[in-house]
Design a protein around this ligand. Structure first.
Ligand code: SPV
Ligand code: MN
Length: 625
């Protein structure tokens, strides 16, 4: 270690902190920490190892600092973000690019030199008089080829506490990897807080991702999606790294489906935020591995996936005892949970939109003191909780956790599922013809109506390839090509499916119940093993009525009628054709370097749709095919 670095660390970290840090033999890490300690200038520094005591220290500070408050159930706490800091701030989230690098029009970028300069100015002395927490984590299981060590610097005990719930501790992994560690660096400061302990300087909210140096900066924000560095921020770094090395970082759940004869078949699934991803990962009777981010690698001719995380930052809106039994139980048991932006009642219980029981008439929420009918500055009625209110919990709180969660070699992937918020085009479940058809017409063609997970207007149909658009740090065309290439040279590629939980009839009524998805996954499980037949349509392969009817009876104890099947699985030719037009136009105008294969596969699909239309008309029920 050079003298200057050593000097800084010795004086600023204190004896114990210094001793903990130098157990990690990595000069780049030491320099990085010294640099940001000097810049942010905290009053105090705490270096955390993986020990229980260190983690407990941070957890307790979150209460003492007022970033979290205790609730009635043991271990439960609540945290609030500013009323205007309730979702990912896409507008101020930029990939920093060196001069000459163009990521295309759909990815927000900023000149790297300018961005670093700006954020360094914001960070200067930002931690004056505060405590800085230096924490180490590992993305993916430890001792694995998937492992990516990360160091997080933050002055928010809430952020650090959340990360200990969500990620595997990584101090020992850093010690093990020493100077070989190719680690990610995350710098966060919430900046000044007001008396409610929420960010004051939202005008200086910045989230900058520097893929050249593997550093992420986040300032003047608390909302988890903007601050929990290991989540969507490190994800951008991992996408960039994986693209260079031939593996994938996906916005995907990982789920084990129990098949016949005690067989478990693993699926990954990509859905835009607030489109049923967590409730799919928590499917009744199945096994969760992960609910948000997965790394996928090829190994011996098959695809293996890991959950990058070990906890859940889940959406709480709509969680109820009937549809979400595991979450319901987890959220009502003692143990560590951070609720955010929910309603807290006088007796320190929490309530949220869509919870069982009536809405309390008053309480405290992200808007401060709250009562039914309260309106915000713009005259908009404030609901009891924010639609993007969340809970942070470790997955081991759930009885349906798959024992393979920490397997260093991941789980084998039998199927990949893509879905979006689509009210009028795709059938509830459909298999693709092959890898390229699946990647292009199912994954790359996801369109979804926007939700409260991001700041801005809701309900606008947006192009969102693999549900990953918000997190891409490489050109979209390159990303699609990487996905196409990933399926080559596999002995038996995973089967690619699409699902649509949001299909409606002409009158605007949902055609399915939330629980119907249990049947779709059991059907896909059988398809992976080629144990049920299909009906070919112009857009893919759909279930036969008799198989689905049997599964509805077995799993949901429901009589599934031919009429429902006909409505749900009707092929909607006009909507599918206009979707192709939209995707094609976006790929021509907004995506740089779209692979040629995309246009070929879309064109083939168009021809199949046109042919079917000539023969059967615009709306085709499966019995005609
Ligand atoms: C999402 O919005 O997709 C999330 C939560 O999983 S966030 O951390 O905001 O990304
Ligand atoms: Mn997500």
């Amino acid at each position: 270690m050079d003298k200057k670095t050593m000097n800084t660390l010795e004086t600023r970290l204190g004896e114990e902190g210094y001793r903990k840090l130098i157990r990690i033999d990595n000069p780049e890490l030491h320099q990085f920490i010294a640099r940001y300690v000097e810049l942010c200038n905290p009053g105090k520094v705490f270096v955390s190892t993986d020990s229980r005591d260190d983690i407990k220290y941070i957890r307790e500070l979150a209460i003492i600092n007022g970033e979290e408050s205790r609730l009635a159930i043991d271990g439960h706490t609540v945290h609030f973000d500013s009323y205007y800091d309730q979702g990912r701030d896409k507008e101020h989230t930029d990939i920093l690019v060196p001069k000459g690098l163009d990521l295309g029009p759909t990815i927000i970028t900023k000149d790297r030199d300018e961005g670093v300069k700006e954020v360094h100015e914001i960070l200067e002395n930002i931690m004056d008089g505060k405590e800085l927490y230096i924490c180490f984590f590992c993305l993916g299981p430890t001792r694995s080829e998937f492992s990516i060590p990360c160091v997080q610097l933050t002055d928010s005990s809430y952020v650090a506490h959340s990360e200990f719930l969500l990620y595997r501790p990584g101090y020992e992994e850093f010690v093990r990897q020493g100077s070989k560690a190719r680690f990610f660096k995350l710098v966060h400061s919430q900046g000044e807080l007001d008396e409610r302990k929420v960010c004051k300087n939202l005008d200086k909210r910045r989230i900058y991702i520097d893929t050249t140096d593997d550093i992420v900066y986040s300032t003047n924000t608390q909302y988890g999606g903007n601050t929990i560095g290991l989540k969507k921020l490190a994800m951008r770094l991992a996408i960039n790294r994986g693209s260079k090395e031939g593996w994938l970082t996906e916005h995907m759940l990982v789920l084990g489906i129990n098949g016949p004869k005690n067989r478990v078949t693993y699926f990954t699934g990509a859905f835009p935020s607030l489109c049923g991803k967590t409730s799919t990962a928590m499917l009744d009777g199945e096994r969760i591995v992960g609910d948000d981010i997965a790394y996928l690698r090829q190994k011996d001719g098959e695809v293996r996936a890991v959950n990058v995380e070990k906890g859940m930052f889940g959406i709480i809106m709509g969680v109820n005892s009937k549809d979400d039994p595991y979450q319901w139980n987890g959220l009502h048991s003692p143990g560590e949970i951070i609720f955010s932006n929910v309603l807290v009642t006088e007796d320190k219980h929490v309530h949220w939109i869509g919870k069982d029981g009536g809405v309390p008439s008053k309480g405290y929420n992200h808007s401060g003191e709250w009562f039914i009918g309260k309106k915000d500055e713009k005259g908009k009625e404030i609901q009891c909780s924010h639609p993007n209110a969340r809970f942070t919990i470790s997955l081991d709180a759930f009885e349906n956790l798959d024992p393979k969660i920490n397997d260093p070699s991941g789980v084998p992937v039998g199927g990949i599922v893509y879905g979006g918020r689509d009210s009028d085009t795709c059938v509830p479940v459909e298999e693709s013809f092959d890898w390229a058809h699946g990647i292009i017409t199912k994954g790359a063609s996801i369109e979804s109506e926007t939700t409260a997970a991001t700041l801005g207007k809701e309900g606008v149909r947006e192009f969102n390839p693999m549900s990953n658009l918000d997190f891409l740090s490489i050109p979209v065309g390159k990303y699609i090509q990487d996905n196409l290439d990933f399926g080559k040279d596999l002995k038996k590629p995973p089967i690619i499916f699409s699902v649509n939980y949001f299909i409606k009839d002409k009158e605007g009524n949902f055609l399915n119940e939330k629980t119907d998805k249990r049947v779709w996954y059991k059907w896909m499980e059988l398809r992976v093993h080629d144990e049920v037949g299909v009906i070919e349509t112009p857009t893919g392969k759909i279930p036969r009525y008799e198989d689905i009817k049997r599964l509805f009876k077995e799993i949901l104890k429901k009589d599934y009628t031919k009429e429902d099947y006909g409505k749900q699985f009707m092929i909607r030719i006009p909507e599918n054709l206009t979707k192709i037009d939209r995707i094609k136009e976006i790929c021509e105008t907004k995506v740089s370097d779209t692979p040629k294969k995309v246009f070929e596969v879309l064109e083939e699909q168009r021809q199949r749709l046109n042919k079917a239309r000539e023969r059967y008309g615009d709306y085709i029920t499966p019995d005609k095919l």
